[in-house]
Design a protein around this ligand. Structure first.
Ligand code: 5GP
Length: 143
């Protein structure tokens, strides 16, 4: 399946270029992190690569590793800063998965017991479906 190329000049590109304001909490050569304007909980942070990419499907390995490094650095800091009891690391890729801004970003979301934020839908596999899906993935990834 082919995905459309990323749109230039997303809202996050504008934040990167300092054309619109954001509460930037961290920056290094390859990444920028700022507070989400509509948080699931206070401290909800977005980490973006500076190099352009749309999402997980076109980001380079080095750019992705830089984002992951920043996520790992910030998660414990954010947890302590807002007194969170847990953290979700989340990423939406393509519209079907709720992506709204087409510049790669990873969400760091502070969580509390019973806060009602995000919950996974636990579906059931049909008979034999789980093995079929696993076999297909194993074959395609070459393991
Ligand atoms: P997505 O659904 O694409 O994974 O998430 C995009 C996120 O960007 C949303 O959680 C939304 O609240 C956040 N967002 C959208 N526009 C802005 C903005 O102008 N500034 C900031 N700081 N966050 C934004």
């Amino acid at each position: 399946m082919r995905y459309p190329v990323r749109m230039d000049d997303t809202i996050f590109d504008k934040i990167l270029k300092r054309e619109i304001p954001a509460e930037i909490v961290y920056e290094d050569e390859e990444t920028l992190a700022f507070l989400d304007i509509a948080p699931n909980n206070p401290g909800h942070t977005l980490v973006i690569p500076k190099a352009p990419s749309r999402n997980i499907f076109d980001i380079s390995e080095s750019s992705w590793l830089a984002v992951m490094k920043t996520v790992r650095l910030l998660a414990p800091v954010i947890r302590e800063a807002v007194g969170a009891e847990g953290i979700n690391i989340a990423m939406n890729n393509e519209r079907a998965a709720d992506q709204e801004v087409f510049h790669t970003h990873v969400h760091i979301i502070p969580r509390y017991h019973g806060d009602g934020v995000l919950s996974f839908t636990k579906k059931k596999y049909a008979e034999g479906e789980m093995a079929t899906v696993a076999n297909k993935i194993r074959t395609m990834v070459g393991s």
